[in-house]
Design a protein around this ligand. Structure first.
Ligand code: PLP
Length: 425
């Protein structure tokens, strides 16, 4: 069953809430139907737990889809946001924003970046990377028709350029004409990328950049191959192509390192971040290691981008990751979770065919031959008080807050085992 049909098919009642007013019928007739929603309304959270409008408690292994880095209502984030909104929350980039400078400095001190551009979302950060690449291709590489190679099964966002960058036709259907200048190659396949670069070198278009996720999140939690990325880095160094890494889902500590590319032994020329950067306060960022002066004043902008509120929040998230030694927790809890899920896979080998991931982004793959889908498992887990999210029809994704405890991981594994038992019954 697709995620879009979950709301209709779930057996969880969706009556009006008891505290925050919530009427699903009114909601559905006033809010556009762009999402397949689960029939529950969440109104309160603390740490890794959330409560719905009926007072039911859930263990949250979704974290706003890999976004609530410090969980819900983390005291440091609450304090920062409260103080900042009382002081100054938005002014525009007509002026210097001290919090933006501090956050940029924090990112530069904790990554390979030399300069940062701020915006509001992952798609917007990727748009900035695409625009920067094009300008660089025209003005420095002397390419008339620059092409960015992206991977099949990738996900880069929902704007027109980023759905075109996304190597999944289902996101592009009915939205043509798409944006020219993208070609797709199979992920983790070096020969395919070498062939694409060579083929395009002979035609009208030429490759200017390669844009990839270090681990494909939406595409099924598929980690990048170390040798592949090492070789790509070498190709880019030798040919002058830009290597762009989309860190929107895996950056900011999610993999147990600050940035996903650290798992691959390389440094990108450009990388993008959003989701977990400010722990759930909207923000996006594009970081450049080289070519930092390509954009001149007035060539790219965002009204909300890097406002004091979002930047203060992100700075607090970064500082808290350090102060509370959260990256170590991510590594340990990630190992614990994969061990627990692998034990389930060993008990249900006909259904669970793989468990994979880095740190606290993990996927449990279900057999292509089984009728059971990831959405079936997610629904069964919700019934037992655990929130999970599919990554495609056959992969169940686990992306809890990075502060998740050993007891919470243990509980989640118990619920998943019960859910697997239920869907195979
Ligand atoms: C790798 C990746 N890039 C880009 C995006 C788009 O981010 P946003 O929804 O903030 O625009 C996502 C969202 O899931 C993502 O996972």
């Amino acid at each position: 069953m697709s995620i879009e049909t979950l709301a209709e098919n779930s057996s969880i009642p969706a009556e009006s809430g008891t505290s925050t007013p919530y009427n699903p019928a009114d909601f559905d007739t006033s809010v556009m139907a762009t999402y397949g929603r689960f029939p529950l309304a969440l109104e309160k959270g603390e740490g890794c737990r959330v409560w719905d409008t009926e007072g039911r408690e859930y263990l949250d292994f979704v974290a706003g889809i890999a976004t609530c880095t410090l969980g819900h209502a983390h005291p440091a984030l609450v304090e920062t946001v409260t103080q900042q909104i009382k002081k100054l929350h938005h002014v525009s980039n007509l002026y210097y924003i001290p919090e933006q400078g501090q956050l940029a400095k924090w990112i530069i001190d904790h990554s390979c970046a030399e300069r940062v551009f701020f915006c509001n979302s992952g798609a917007e950060a990727n748009e900035a990377a695409i625009k920067l690449t094009r300008k660089y291709a025209h003005t420095v590489m002397d390419i008339e028709h620059p092409v960015i190679l992206t991977a099949k099964a990738s996900f880069h966002g929902r704007t027109l350029a980023t759905i075109t960058a996304t190597g999944q036709p289902k996101y592009q259907k009915n939205f043509n004409p798409l944006v020219p200048g993208f070609h797709y190659v199979p992920y983790n396949d070096l020969r395919a990328i070498e062939n694409a670069i060579a083929d395009l070198d002979e035609g009208n278009e030429r490759v200017a950049a390669i844009m990839l996720e270090g681990l494909q999140g939406e595409g099924g939690v598929r980690p990048g191959n170390l040798d592949y990325f090492l070789r790509l880095r070498k190709i880019c160094d030798e040919t002058g192509l830009l290597l762009i890494m989309d860190e929107v889902q895996i950056g900011m500590g999610r993999t147990g390192k600050y940035w996903g590319y650290e798992n691959l032994g390389i440094e990108p020329d450009i990388f993008t971040s959003a989701k977990g950067l400010a722990g759930g306060i909207p923000i996006g960022a594009m970081m450049c290691k080289k070519f930092c002066d390509v954009f001149q004043a007035g060539e790219h902008a965002s009204t909300f981008g890097g406002n004091p509120l979002a930047c203060a929040a992100a700075l607090t998230v970064g500082q808290t990751l350090e102060q509370e030694n959260i990256l170590q927790n991510v590594q340990e809890r990630g190992e614990q979770l994969r061990k627990g899920l692998r034990a389930i896979a060993a008990k249900y080998p006909d259904l669970v065919t793989d468990v994979r991931g880095w740190g606290l982004i993990n996927g449990m793959e279900l057999s292509a031959d089984a009728e059971v889908t990831s959405a079936d498992v997610v629904k069964a887990a919700i019934q037992d008080g655990l929130l999970l999210v599919p990554a495609g029809p056959k992969v169940v994704r686990f992306v809890p807050p990075l502060i998740v405890t050993a007891e919470e991981v243990e509980r989640a594994v118990e619920v998943v085992e019960k859910a697997i038992k239920t869907v195979t019954a």
